[in-house]
Design a protein around this ligand. Structure first.
Ligand SMILES: [Zn+2]
Length: 432
């Protein structure tokens, strides 16, 4: 089997791997200014997509801008999320170099889309392909690719449930009482299947990070929000639209924290209601949706909401746009209020600046913030222990490391652990 790394090698963003010059795995974009795309646009016979995040699907419609119409294989949520993200990219950058596709290309995506559930083997460009739950966001998949000689397991982004630090039990059944044992994401069950594979292509986003136990993070978040609400304050919770917004809705429902939801996360929530099979506990999700209040109006309504003692879950997760641009200026002056960041803040984003300096450029204006600012790690990626636990099932197989800022270092550490491991570079062609 031949692999070519067109993006996502020794970097995070624009993931793209071409298998046997015929089957393309992911075709993402790297969010930067300007955005970056895979180093070439191939003409594959078929496309398989691991999950609906911009860095894995952001450039997919561009594959249809010529005469070729390769089928695109994905789970139903991944298809829907790709369409949502692509419409957003068109709205933000349509007609510029920052958007490599058109409205027409996007319509073609709907014509070539082929959706599959987990564990349903299908044929793509002469390969047998099977998706397994990757536990990262709804619809996310490990992708097993078999060309008749070699079985490649492409992990995509994944998350596994960690054994609870509280009493050593593995908590896989998450109820909605705050007293329940909590060990993974509420929205999706962690990756648990380890299909047989001859070679593994593994993400390594957090290969040098140990996440704090999720139960502890969640408890601390809930207590902090509740304290602010008791004091009469408002809490703005910036959150990514995909996965994080819904996870925080579930956390708020479980802890009975009144919450509003705003931004693109509303649309994603509505979509997930149509695909209950892709969330961990569809009943808990249904309750979280009815517990939350969705902001349907415009800035007038937003300005009234900030006077209420409630949490407001809103995009963007790094304060670089979205309704947060209305909420933050409204609440920033009062130290009783709080801004609870819920994801990693990339350097150079307003969210990162706010955490580090107490001020941030919001909607073109640098503003000091008197409200309290806190950071919580609700990561949807496996940490170092998680990745190692996953790879423990593949001791006999070569491991290729991608999707990380320190892929080469991690590959070396894996060799130290006895693995046959390497980190391909951008543009590399590798035979496995
Ligand atoms: Zn992802």
């Amino acid at each position: 089997m031949k692999l070519r790394f067109l993006g996502g090698a020794r970097e995070v963003g624009r993931s793209a791997i071409l298998v046997n010059d015929a089957l393309l795995l992911d075709f993402g974009m790297l969010t930067a200014n300007p955005p970056q795309f895979p180093i070439e646009t191939p003409t594959p016979e078929a496309v398989v997509v691991s999950h609906g995040h911009l860095d894995h699907v952001g450039a997919v419609p561009a594959l249809l801008s010529g005469d070729a119409r390769p089928p695109i294989h994905w789970t139903p949520p991944t298809y829907e999320l790709t369409m949502t993200l692509a419409r957003d990219t068109l709205k933000l950058h349509g007609g510029s170099f920052h958007c490599p596709f058109t409205e027409t290309d996007l319509r073609r995506v709907t014509q070539v889309s082929q959706t599959h559930g987990y564990r349903e083997t299908f044929e793509a460009a002469g390969h047998s392909v099977t998706f397994y739950n990757a536990g990262h966001i709804p619809g996310s998949a490990h992708v097993l690719v078999d060309d008749g000689e070699t079985q490649l397991l492409y992990t995509g982004d994944f998350h596994i449930d960690e054994p609870s630090g509280a009493n050593g039990n593995v908590a896989s059944n998450r109820g909605d009482s705050p007293d329940d044992l909590v060990s993974g994401q509420r929205l999706v069950a962690g990756s648990s299947e380890r299909p047989e594979a001859d070679v593994v292509l593994c993400e390594s986003t957090y290969s040098d990070v140990e996440h704090e136990d999720r139960a502890v993070v969640e408890e601390r978040f809930a207590e902090s929000v509740e304290t602010t609400l008791w004091e009469g304050g408002t809490v703005v919770v910036p959150a990514f639209a995909i996965g994080r917004t819904q996870e925080l809705m579930l956390v708020c429902a479980a802890h009975d924290i009144p919450c509003y939801v705003d931004g693109m996360g509303k649309e994603v929530t509505e979509m997930l209601r149509q695909h209950p099979g892709f969330v961990r506990d569809s009943e808990a999700f249904r309750r979280a949706v009815s517990h939350a209040r969705f902001v349907t109006g415009h800035d007038g309504q937003r300005k009234r909401i900030v006077d209420q003692t409630a949490a407001i879950i809103t995009t963007s997760g790094m304060l670089s746009g979205g309704p947060a641009m209305t909420y933050i200026p409204e609440i920033r002056g009062n130290p009783t209020n709080k801004i609870a960041m819920t994801g990693y803040q990339v350097e150079g984003t307003p969210g990162r600046d706010l955490l580090e300096t107490g001020r941030a450029e919001i909607d073109g204006r640098v503003m000091p913030v008197s409200a309290q600012v806190e950071q919580y790690d609700f990561s949807a990626h496996a940490d170092r222990s998680g990745v190692l636990e996953f790879l423990e099932s593949y001791r006999e197989s070569p491991v290729l490391v991608n999707h990380g800022d320190r892929c080469a270092a991690f590959a070396e550490e894996l060799r130290g652990e006895g693995f046959d491991s390497s980190a391909p570079e951008l543009g590399d062609a590798v035979s496995v």
